[in-house]
Design a protein. Structure first.
Lengths: 353, 220
């Protein structure tokens, strides 16, 4: 056990970013993710990195654009309202094909909302998160260990596909403390010949912008980008299956909702209900393949979310509405209890037979 | 150990101050003392002593906490009632101080009265599993920062080393040398080692130097 330490999710993701080679963090405080900035403020100066508290979220994301354009592993973090402020910059990054890690430790909304945990930015994260046709890679951890592990994965994917990557956590994930084991990760080697590193008189200048003078040119950019997205969708879907081998019913849940749901699945199994769970780890690309396969075996699905029902639409699309999909949700900072999820599983079973 | 009228638990954030404070207040109440638990945390948004309010109040412990604790209101406000901590000297008080020097800043307002009365223990909660306070030397630095911010010198240490749900007795044993070293270099006594009760081996149940903790259950 000696190699394990006890960390908050926010601290673990910050240290994991450092271990993954990130030396450029630009942030602005907001509950419940402020520990990320606080941790970076303590650590970055000691290792020759940059911690910069920007004057606003908008400034912070634009600093990330600059560092990423220079070919550096850069990141920012915020919580829901702050991510809305960053969304213009996120769209510019997608337009410029710049890799970076953006962390959203979600809180309740809309508007100012609250500081308690939520998953209500699912649409915002998976449907782009700014103006224009684009996608982010979206990763959803469900433990402090995974908060850390998905940081390195996120940077690698972002650089591989030249896309911004969002780590979509929630306040519970950010604030909870769990034992974690951190190891230095070596960044995957991806071509960065596009970066603005100075020509040294040896090559033509690289240009990074999202300005296409002709509509035909912009259309082509979008088509090229979506060709790349198709490769991501084919190759990068990630999900964890729990008790799915003989499952007649399937719970779909991510992040903290999956933790609660897993307890409900165990309780339902103890009552003889053959239920399993699919936990999407990539929310974009959504793990359609595993859901499609489950649609052939399962009688009904239940989407468990901390919002009014957002991922449920992706579940229905993934299974082509072949089977009924129910919803068990709480919102506004509330978390469903395992008993509530169990009751929804029992209702699904009753209606399915 | 003879309890002082006021026991303050301070330390690095995430060291387990709240769990130790809640259990310490429950123990004093079980001894028949009139006890107040005061939540002085102005930093942490979740997982606060107010989560244990029902259990504390059932045991006769009076709880003083911000009306905004565990709500959506994110302001570092303390209630007016906090002044009773020093003004009502008929009750024992357990003070749950916020983490690090930032959390201890609020203590400064009450420090002169606490020092003047001079019936307190200012306890540093040590957790060798926390990344920024793993060693005695690192902990000593944090102690100095907290003392500067809060205005009250530490008088004792407790060892609350844990790995959350993965804590085992080995985790605790492995931390003892570092906790003793902290006691040595700070010149302060080690009051007790606190351990979640299910982790405690039967052979240690009578050990007065070990303080068993009951923890809040989570739904995940």
């Amino acid at each position: 056990m000696a190699d394990k330490i006890l960390m908050k999710g926010n601290e673990a993701l910050a240290e994991a970013a450092i271990m993954a080679g990130c030396r450029h963090y630009f942030g602005y405080p907001i509950t419940p993710q402020t520990e990320v900035a606080a941790y970076m403020a303590k650590r970055m100066p000691k290792i020759g990195g940059v911690f910069l508290q920007a004057e606003s979220e908008i400034a912070a994301i634009n600093m990330v654009i600059g560092a990423a354009a220079a070919g550096k592993r850069a990141m920012t973090s915020s919580s829901s309202p702050g991510i809305s402020l960053k969304s213009e910059g996120i769209s510019y990054m997608a337009g410029c094909d710049l890799p970076a890690l953006i962390v959203n430790v979600q809180r309740g909304g809309p508007g100012l909302g609250g500081i308690q945990p939520s998953q209500s930015d699912y649409f915002q994260a998976t449907c782009g998160g700014g103006h224009g046709d684009f996608h982010l890679l979206v990763l959803a951890p469900s433990s402090v260990q995974e908060m850390a592990d998905l940081v390195a994965k996120g940077f690698d994917l972002a650089e591989k596909y030249r896309m911004p990557c969002m780590l979509l956590a929630d306040g519970t994930m950010g604030q909870m403390m769990e034992p974690v084991s951190l190891t230095e990760t070596k960044p995957e080697a991806h071509d960065k010949s596009w970066a603005l590193t100075g020509t040294k008189g040896e090559r033509r200048p690289n240009i990074i912008n999202s300005l296409a003078l002709q509509p035909q040119e912009l259309e082509k950019w979008n088509e090229d980008r979506f060709a790349r997205y198709a490769v991501v969708q084919e190759n990068e879907q990630m999900a964890e299956c729990y008790m799915m081998d003989d499952a007649e019913y399937c719970v779909v849940a991510f992040g903290i909702a999956a933790r609660v749901s897993q307890n409900a699945v165990d309780a339902a199994r103890a009552k003889g209900i053959k239920v399993g769970m699919i936990r999407p780890i990539t929310l974009w690309p959504f793990p359609e393949k595993v859901l499609k396969a489950a649609a052939d075996k399962c009688k009904a699905f239940l989407s468990v979310e901390l919002n009014m029902g957002q991922m449920i639409k992706d579940v229905k699309l993934a299974i082509d509405c072949k089977k009924p999909v129910g919803l068990c949700c709480r919102t506004g900072g509330m978390i469903p209890s395992p008993e509530e999820v169990l009751a929804a599983i029992e209702k699904m079973q009753k209606e399915g037979n | 150990m003879q309890a002082k009228r006021i026991t303050l638990f301070a330390g690095h954030y995430g060291s387990g101050k709240t769990n130790v404070a809640v259990n310490f207040a429950l123990r004093l109440a079980a001894q028949g003392k009139a006890v107040t638990l005061a939540d002085m945390d102005i930093v942490n948004p979740y997982y606060r002593s107010k989560d244990s309010a029902a259990e504390l109040e059932a045991a006769g412990v009076k709880v003083i906490a911000s009306a905004y604790a565990n709500t959506n209101v994110d302001v570092p406000a303390l209630p007016q009632e906090m002044y009773s901590v020093t003004e009502d000297q008929s009750r024992y008080v357990v003070l749950d101080v916020g983490g690090d020097d930032r959390g201890a800043l609020a203590l400064g307002r009450y420090a002169p009265a606490i020092l003047a009365e001079n019936d307190y223990h200012m306890v540093y909660v040590f957790n060798a599993s926390r990344p920024l306070s793993r060693t005695a030397e690192a902990a000593l630095e944090i102690m100095a920062e907290i003392e500067t911010a809060g205005g009250i010198p530490f008088t004792a240490i407790v060892n609350n080393t844990n790995l959350g749900k993965e804590t085992d007795w080995e985790t605790v044993l492995a931390s003892r040398a570092e906790a003793e070293k902290l006691s040595q270099i700070s010149g302060l006594p080690l009051l007790f080692t606190s351990v979640e009760e299910s982790v405690l081996p039967i052979t240690e149940r009578e050990n007065q130097a070990v303080f068993p903790l009951k923890l809040q259950k989570t739904i995940w």
